[in-house]
Design a protein around this ligand. Structure first.
Ligand code: PMP
Length: 452
């Protein structure tokens, strides 16, 4: 599907000029970037002012789980704007109650109370605050290979190098190694070994930090930005047991993995694990209006039954965001989006990406499930040396830049992070579109192969 639009390069140039003059962009050296001016988007595609169309294999920032401009969600936002565009969080309003009910009905176990935020980082901040107040303990353990957001506690919890410039030792955060068999921190060679050693490492980290000082362990159920490292069997249930043994709150961050991305409503369902707190955002309403939140277990919610919860946000549970969530959840049910993502993983993306790995010397490993996949690119399949060094910049990153440029030339907008490309399209992308994406990746990987 490529909607016809008239190119308008002059309008594009004006958008770019105003952007360059006045928009301060995230994660960027302002003088070194040249953002694409986007004229529109629909379904799994977007297009620029020069008439180029791109198949979006990034889902924005892995959040447009039902694609762009779904008419039912757009209509629900418009209808809510006409009815009650905004109302403060201290009041009970129909659309907020309904969004909370629909979310709580889908979260695992007894995660039945919903604290709304405007996005993922705020959800993480509040989950950590709840855990600290519930336990009366200060520390939080998180994994090195993780991303939890860019606000102060969330960036401290984050394991990737984006933490470094903002790191403060005062945050009470301790990092540990979570499983990643392909580059095992534990010299493991099987999944069973990786699980056993990662759990032993975590338990000794707890012992040496002092269990009575640890409020929470936070993990992405399937770490996303850091490389879609599906945890090996037994790991998450093992972490659950350690949390129970030492009175530690278990927080699962499902900001990226939740709402259908992995082929289940929440990734936790794949691993038979129920956390005490679960963060969500992104897919909850496909990001049409900013929304996130914390799903809270009975036990933690009870802490704040007679004692006030000391946290809040002006726009918590904003009516437009909640209307978008209600409509998105209905679309996902009616159009069987979660089932479709599972089907894509099993029958289209999984086999298609494994086939690319067999044919391309630059693909070291394929990992993922549903509409949530990563290709780990290497210089050498035997040594597994990454195609570009960890946190490569400038010239050192040239092979990934060449790969990215080739993908775009072939009409695919790729997700690239360090030595990886992720295949994370909308969960409702059609099979034909997904295959179109695989073909474009195939061509771009031939460029990456030149650097092996
Ligand atoms: N947690 C995870 C797992 C994420 O992937 C992200 C965003 N990529 C966040 C938290 C932060 O979400 P936000 O950018 O909405 O603050």
């Amino acid at each position: 599907m490529t909607p016809h639009v008239e190119p308008d390069p002059q309008a594009g140039a004006a958008v770019k000029a105003a952007d360059r003059a006045h928009v301060f962009h995230s994660w960027s050296a302002q003088g070194l970037i040249d953002p694409l001016a986007v004229a529109g988007a629909e379904g799994s595609y977007f297009w620029d002012y020069d008439g180029n169309h791109y198949l979006d294999f990034t889902s924005g920032l892995v959040y447009t789980n039902i694609g762009y401009q779904h008419p039912k969600v757009v209509a629900a936002i418009q209808e809510q704007a006409g009815k009650l565009a905004t109302f403060a969080p201290a009041f009970a309003i129909d659309v907020r109650s309904e969004a909370a009910r629909l979310i709580a009905e889908r979260t695992p176990g007894d995660l039945d109370k919903i604290f709304f935020t405007n996005g993922g980082a705020e959800a993480v901040e509040n989950a950590v605050r709840m855990a600290r107040l519930h336990t009366g303990r200060p520390k939080v353990l998180s994994a090195y290979r993780s991303y939890h957001g860019a606000t102060s506690t969330a960036i401290n919890l984050t394991g990737d190098p984006r933490r470094w410039p903002s790191d403060t030792a005062a945050a009470g955060v301790v990092h540990f190694w979570a499983p990643y068999l392909y580059r095992s921190a534990f010299y493991a060679t099987t999944e069973a070994e990786e699980t056993e050693r990662a759990l032993a490492h975590l338990e000794s980290t707890i012992a040496f930090e002092g269990p009575q000082t640890i409020a929470a362990i936070i993990l992405e159920t399937v770490p996303g930005t850091a490389g879609i490292m599906t945890p090996p069997p037994g790991y998450l249930t093992g972490v659950r047991e350690l949390c129970d043994k030492y009175g530690i709150v278990f927080i699962l961050d499902e900001v990226m993995a939740g709402f259908g991305r992995t082929g289940k409503w929440f990734a936790a369902e794949h691993f038979d694990v129920v956390p005490d707190l679960m963060t969500f955002a992104k897919g909850v309403n496909s990001g049409y209006v900013p929304l996130g939140g914390v799903a809270i277990s009975e036990k933690i919610a009870a802490t704040f039954d007679t004692r006030p919860y000391p946290g809040g946000l002006t726009y918590s549970g904003h009516p437009l965001a909640c209307a978008a969530a209600v409509a998105t959840i209905h679309v996902m049910e009616d159009e069987k989006v979660v089932e479709h993502a599972a089907h894509l993983g099993e029958h289209v993306l999984g086999p298609g990406l494994r086939d690319l790995a067999e044919r391309h010397p630059s693909v070291g490993e394929v990992r993922g499930m549903g509409a949530f996949w990563a290709l780990d690119l290497v210089k050498n399949k035997e040594t597994r040396e990454p195609l570009v060094p960890y946190n490569a910049a400038g010239e050192a990153n040239a092979p990934m830049a060449a790969f990215g440029a080739a993908a775009k030339k072939n009409g695919l907008w790729p997700f690239i992070n360090m030595n990886r490309t992720h295949a994370v399209p909308a969960c409702n992308i059609s099979e034909a579109e997904a295959k179109e994406g695989l073909a474009a990746l195939d061509a771009a990987l031939s460029v990456a192969d030149e650097h092996t």
